[in-house]
Design a protein around this ligand. Structure first.
Ligand SMILES: Nc1ncnc2c1ncn2[C@@H]1O[C@H](COP(=O)(O)OP(=O)(O)OP(=O)(O)O)[C@@H](O)[C@H]1O
Length: 231
C-alpha cells in the first residue's frame, strides 16, 4: 500500500494559515476527508499531490518529496478534481488520456495505443475521437477517471467526485472506484459514502480535528454539523 507522510506541514495563502501544522501518515486503502466549506480539505489534497508547496514541512510519497520530485508524484499519485473542466486540456478523448502517459515518458505512439486500449477495456472505444466538449459533465468526469487509471498510480485523490452527477452516473462511478485496487483518498460532503472506509480525517479550520475509523469520526462530525447549522 502506498504511504504518504505529512511531516509538520503548514500552508499559508495570502497571509492566512489555511492548513496545518499537521503530521500524519496515510497508508490505508480507503481514506475519507470531511469538513465544512473552506476548512482546508482541497488544500490538504493539493499538498498531497505536490501541486502546491508547503510553507514549512514536507509531504512524501514513500521517500520522495511530492513537490520537489514531480516525476515520482505524477507516476504515483492521480488526482480527479471536482470540476473536470479544470482538468481536461486536449480536444479529443484519446489525446486527453494519452497526454498523462507522455508525461510519464511514453512515446506519442505508445501513449496513443495505450489510451485506445484503456478506452477498449472501459467499453468506451467509440469515444476515442470524440471532442471532449461534446461529452456531458458526468462523461467528462468519467474521462478524467480513465485518464488517471491509464497512468496506473498507486494512489488516487478525489475531490468530491460525485458533485453534480446524476444518481445512475454517480452509482456507476462509485462502483468503479470501489473496485479499484489502488489506495483512494476522497473528499466528500456526504458522510454516508465513507461508512465502509478504513479511515476518516476531519479537517476543521485547517487542522486535523479528528482522525480514526468511520464509526468513531462520523457520528460526532454529523452532530457537530447539525449543531453549527442550528446556530
Ligand atoms: N488561492 C487561494 N488564495 C487564498 N486563499 C485561498 C486560496 N485557495 C483557498 N484559499 C482559502 O483557503 C481556505 C481553505 O480552502 P479549501 O479550498 O482548501 O477548503 P475546502 O475545505 O476544500 O472547502 P470546500 O468544501 O468549500 O471545497 C479557504 O478559507 C479559502 O478561502
Amino acid at each position: 500500500m502506498a504511504r504518504i507522510t505529512f511531516d509538520d506541514v503548514s500552508l499559508t495563502l495570502e497571509g492566512r494559515q489555511v492548513f496545518g501544522p499537521a503530521s500524519l501518515v496515510l497508508d490505508d486503502r480507503r481514506v475519507g476527508v470531511i469538513g465544512q466549506n473552506g476548512a482546508g480539505k482541497s488544500s490538504f489534497l493539493r499538498l498531497m499531490a505536490g501541486l502546491i508547496q508547503p510553507d514549512s514541512g514536507r509531504v512524501l510519497l514513500g521517500n520522495s518529496d511530492v513537490f520537489k520530485d514531480r516525476k515520482a508524484a505524477l507516476a504515483g499519485i492521480g488526482v480527479i478534481f471536482q470540476n473536470p473542466d479544470h482538468q481536461i486540456l486536449f480536444p479529443t478523448v484519446v489525446e486527453e488520456i494519452a497526454f498523462g502517459l507522455t508525461q510519464l515518458g511514453a512515446s506519442k505512439a505508445a501513449a496513443h495505443d495505450r489510451a485506445l486500449a484503456v478506452l477498449q477495456v472501459q467499453d468506451r472505444a467509440d469515444w476515442a475521437d470524440r471532442q471532449c466538449y461534446t461529452l456531458s459533465g458526468g462523461q467528462r468526469h468519467y474521462l478524467c477517471l480513465m485518464a488517471v487509471l491509464a497512468m496506473e498510480p498507486d494512489v488516487i485523490l478525489l475531490d468530491e467526485p460525485y458533485a453534480g452527477l446524476d444518481i445512475p452516473t454517480s452509482a456507476r462511478l462509485h462502483r468503479q472506484l470501489d473496485s479499484l485496487a489502488q489506495s483512494l483518498v476522497m473528499i466528500t460532503h456526504d458522510p454516508a459514502l465513507l461508512a465502509d472506509y478504513d479511515r476518516v480525517i476531519w479537517i476543521d479550520d485547517g487542522l486535523v480535528k479528528a482522525d480514526g475509523v468511520p464509526s468513531e469520526i462520523l457520528p460526532p462530525f454529523k452532530a457537530e454539523m447539525e449543531r453549527r447549522g442550528a446556530c
